[in-house]
Design a protein around this ligand. Structure first.
Ligand code: PEP
Ligand code: MG
Length: 580
């Protein structure tokens, strides 16, 4: 980890009026770092409908300006692609090509000659090209997103405002914005971004998930932080949840001490266990092969959650069975002889997939998402199960399958039937809706295991949108009500004569203190981002099962989430020793 103290070339230095100001938010990924900030630009506003050429501007001048803007965008993206790697590089290369696409520019120039402003012309021309590509389907349909992306960039260039998306800099910076979408991650370069800070977003938001996956310190819901100017130097404490402007010697010392901690926590020996030897397998959450390979290298004992929708986020058509087989097989191959829990597509709410979800729903988090899309798009789930079964053939991974957003035992039964028909022997479901926690015993009459998705379980138990910063205090799995639902799920797993495994794959498992509480509540496995494996393992190894059970009892009966967290943390001195 790096303690970087510098300002960005050509940017404002720390605004003295803000010196010493602290922004309090919610710490979602530990780490202490100092660096200059760069703000995530605002989304590009659509030019007014029917916007005409400004008085005194000829169509020829506007066309020249448009061509120059398109060229500038292309050069910028090409330059950036040279320094990028993997998926990020591919996204940048594809977008760079599209920026100066002759068909796009020609269509826009034609509109300019009819009197449209350059901004409006490129906006409308891109919309027509995107629609045409979309109608072609397959690979071409995917390019529609690139056209809409370059459209925003060209309009920003014409207006002289920063391009949308993650800002680019030659030197490392702390990214500050309102919130991040999963799609922003493709161009997030972990070698450049030192930490993430958002003014909105909750502990379960995708910013938090991304930060933990990349091992970046992060603070969310730090209200007002986006009023700072580019280049302001701040100290970010991702465990405490604060952002301090113009840090002093104390913060420099804390940031240096964190470097020592990260070095000490770099390794996990591949077996999660408590001090008394009680085994708690530590698995990893992955979004595809690249993550899986990293997780295996980090010692993960298997995959507790393969978010299959992450393999197809950019798609607006259903992936073919062959494409799916390829995506899943890479993950299975990374874990021979180990368990891999594949979650069927969890589309909807913050993870829309155009081929499954309806963007016009008034309440997407309560809408047709996850398993429920089987109602509106029958066949997709069956084809996915067939693809998982095919991918599993000939691999050595032990493949388990689970459905997201299950609310009733009937749904679990139906899902188990589909799995059986596909030849998949180990069906399970996620418990992320309170009704599923309350009826875990009947649900487990139909499936082999459950996995607690504490991110959604928290949002539904507390009726608090996981993406909303102002609700961050409600939206934490430390809420005693959420812990009670976990306790009831475990109790249900032992009812009716069965004893079936209950895992946790929500972000709660990646919080080392909460991991102790979860084990104390009777959870048998924990699945988390690969980066969290070693801190969680280190803290689990410091307690016995009896101690974990005592801490769980204290958390369950606490008066508030803050009290539960404080009481448990006070009893785990290893946390402050390690700076976690
Ligand atoms: C959860 O809800 O806890 C979960 C693991 O699923 P996701 O974060 O992908 O919604
Ligand atoms: Mg979920």
């Amino acid at each position: 980890m790096r303690t970087i103290v510098q300002t960005l070339p050509g940017k404002a230095s720390t605004d003295k009026s803000e010196t010493g100001r602290t922004f309090a938010g919610v710490g979602v990924s530990p780490g202490r770092i100092i660096g200059p900030i760069l703000l995530m630009p605002q989304a590009v506003r659509e030019p007014a409908m029917g916007e005409r050429l400004a008085e005194g501007t000829s169509p020829e001048e506007a066309s020249t300006a448009l061509r120059a803007a398109a060229k500038a965008v292309q050069i910028n993206l090409t330059t950036r692609s040279v320094g990028a790697s993997g998926a990020g590089r591919e996204v940048l290369e594809a977008t760079a090509l599209m920026a100066n696409d002759p068909m796009l520019i020609k269509a826009a120039v034609k509109l300019i000659t009819t009197g449209a402003s350059a901004e409006r012309a490129i906006w409308d021309a891109a919309a027509s090209v995107a629609e045409m590509l979309h109608n072609l389907g397959g690979y071409m349909a995917e390019r529609a997103t690139d056209v809409l992306d370059v459209r925003g960039r060209i309009v920003a260039e014409l207006r002289g405002v920063p391009a949308p998306g993650i800002p680019y800099s030659d030197t490392p910076f702390i990214l500050v914005g309102e919130d991040l979408a999963p799609a922003d991650t493709a161009t997030l370069d972990p070698a450049k971004v030192l930490a993430l800070v958002t003014s909105s977003g909750g502990p379960q938001s995708h910013t938090a998930i991304i930060a933990r996956a990349l091992g970046l310190p992060a603070v969310v819901a730090a209200v007002g932080v986006d009023s700072l100017t580019d280049g302001t130097v701040v100290f970010v404490d991702g465990a405490v949840g604060t952002v301090l402007v113009d840090p002093g010697a104390d913060e420099v010392a804390l940031a240096k001490a964190w470097e020592t901690t990260t070095a000490a926590l770099a390794v996990f020996d591949g077996t999660g266990r408590l001090k008394d030897g009680h085994l708690v397998p530590l698995l990893s959450n992955v979004g595809g092969t690249t993550d899986a390979v990293k997780a295996a290298a980090a010692g993960a004992q298997g995959v507790g959650l393969l978010r299959t929708e992450f393999c197809f986020l950019e798609r607006d058509t259903e992936p073919t069975i062959a494409e799916q087989v390829e995506a899943y097989r890479g993950v299975f191959d990374a874990f021979p002889g180990k368990k891999v829990v594949v979650r069927t597509l969890d589309a909807g709410a913050d993870k829309p997939l155009p081929f499954l979800t309806d963007a016009s729903e008034p309440n997407p988090a309560l809408g047709v998402r996850g398993y429920r899309t089987d109602l509106t798009s029958p066949g997709v789930l069956e084809r996915q199960l067939a693809a998982i079964a095919l991918a599993a053939e000939g691999t050595e991974a032990e493949v388990w399958v689970m459905a997201p957003m299950i609310s009733t035992a009937e749904e679990a039964e139906h899902f188990a039937g589909l799995c059986q028909a596909a030849g998949l022997q180990t069906p399970g479901v996620m418990v992320e809706v309170p009704s599923a926690a309350l009826t875990a015993a009947s649900i487990l009459g139909h499936v082999h295991f459950v996995s607690l998705g504490t991110n959604d379980l928290t949002q539904y138990a507390m009726a608090a949108d996981r993406q909303l910063g102002p609700l961050a205090a409600l939206n934490t799995p430390w809420q005693p009500a959420v812990l009670q639902l976990i306790r009831l799920t475990v109790a249900g797993s032992r009812d009716e004569g069965h004893d079936k495994p209950v895992g946790v794959c929500g972000e709660a498992a990646a919080d080392p203190a909460l991991a102790v509480v979860l084990v104390g509540l009777g959870v048998s496995t924990l699945s988390m981002t690969a980066r969290a494996l070693s801190p969680v393992a280190a803290v689990l190894a410091s307690v016995t099962l009896a101690e974990a059970q005592q801490l769980a009892a204290l958390a369950l009966t606490a008066h508030s989430a803050t009290d539960a967290r404080r009481i448990v943390r006070e009893k785990l001195p290893i946390l402050s020793t390690l700076g976690l």
